[in-house]
Write a protein that binds this ligand. Sequence first.
Ligand SMILES: *[C@@H]1O[C@H](CO)[C@@H](O)[C@H](O)[C@H]1NC(C)=O
Ligand SMILES: *[C@@H]1O[C@H](CO)[C@@H](O)[C@H](O)[C@H]1NC(C)=O
Length: 476
Amino acid sequence: MIVKSVAVLVLSVLIGYIVYKNQISDSTEVEQEIISSWSESISLPNNQFRKLLVGINSNVDLIVPGVELLLQLNITPGDDFNHDQLFTLDHLQETFSHFFKKGSAAERAFMDADLFRKIVSEAEKLSNPQFYIGGNAALIGNKIALEFPKVELHLVGPVGPKLLELLPKSITIPKMSHIPKDEVHLIMEYQVEESWGNHTAPVATRFITSFDESNSKATMIESFFQYSKNVNPDLIILSGLHLLEGQSPDFFNQKLLFIQNELVKIPNTTPVHLELASMANQKFVKAIADQIVSKVSSLGLNEQEITFLSHAAKGPHSDYFENIQGQPEIHKISDIILWVLKTHGYSKESPSRKLTRVHFHCLTYHIIGIHSSAWRNNPSAVGAGTRVAGVQACDVESPDPDLVTLKFPQQFKLFSGDKERTFNESQPIMTWKKDGFHFALSPVLVCKQPLKTVGLGDSISATGLMFSEFVTDFHR
Ligand SMILES: *[C@@H]1O[C@H](CO)[C@@H](O)[C@H](O)[C@H]1NC(C)=O
Ligand SMILES: *[C@@H]1O[C@H](CO)[C@@H](O)[C@H](O)[C@H]1NC(C)=O
């Protein structure tokens, strides 16, 4: 009898729970509650960064309808083939078709400067060419200049006349950044069910190509470090190293060595943040991990990059990179962050290493792991970064519960060996300590119909930094 009534009780509690869950997931109450909790708990640090230097990749994104451009160029539909690099219009057609048919986004370097210039000038003649700010450094600079107008921001990167027009006037762009012609990245968009020859696109996405000498060879890197000595910033943000991937190993290694030497010379009181972006070459990724990561204070990356770091260096969950499906599991990512901080970060045993902060961002949540006494305001930093993700993707001024949705697991572990936890929307920002490091996690309210996804990672990292405070005497 007792067993039976206990069973009934358990069952009815369970049903009640399921009904309750369904109710809340149908409404926007959870989202509203998270937004309120954020606004109660997120605050700016006492000492904000005031003078920033950002570099070194910048360009103009030219967005056009892809099929229309191919027609304009008198390119007729034909076979598809996946070329690694594009030398001719046939290569462009074949590679475009290849990805168009699959509906996957792709980016390929164009190898013929004159031909690429011709393609761009045809693209500019189309009915509605749209020019946007592109490149991680320019996007980070733009975000900070717009959101934090009091900050003095210097941008070193290739800036042509068009990009100069697009960037906020408040950004200081030194003479050395100016180039006579913009580096243009051609973004060939297509819509779902659009057709090209006898192919139909299964989803809406884009094919990107560029001939970008300045960024692919990091031509501004010497000026960047030179200039940093002149302006004496209190935060340096560096991005664009991934673009060196197209170069020979010799060229790559030389640049990396130069960057390493320059980073070592930067005073310990000035933190350097490195923003990583997708790379395919494992050797290059490993070289960046081994030579650069311990020479910067802070690292920003997403699930592709962090799982690849662990994969390339045989860290924890090192096979996760190859079999990750859907959104990354929280405890695995946090294990890898801890490993990055221990492997490349500052410790009493390795006092010359600078890394004290890792900012991880993916579609559904972000985590910032820090050395507990090197940074302040970590929960606000991670919260502000997640808040800006949904706001920017939806292209609105402030969080709107109707436009976003929580895609966070109800049950999760914060790290391997942790107890099973249940998500509580009244406490969306979670913090914990492990092995002397401090972690903060916040879910993203994911935009249901995203309008602006370019530069999302850049905005997240920039916002997270502006809500962080570096303890300048930490290394003393
Ligand atoms: C697609 O078009 C090409 C070129 O016109 C042709 O050779 C090929 O047979 C067509 N494929 C299909 C599946 O119709
Ligand atoms: C969720 O968090 C709120 C605010 O801290 C707290 O009052 C409430 O008890 C928590 N709910 C659960 C189920 O733990």
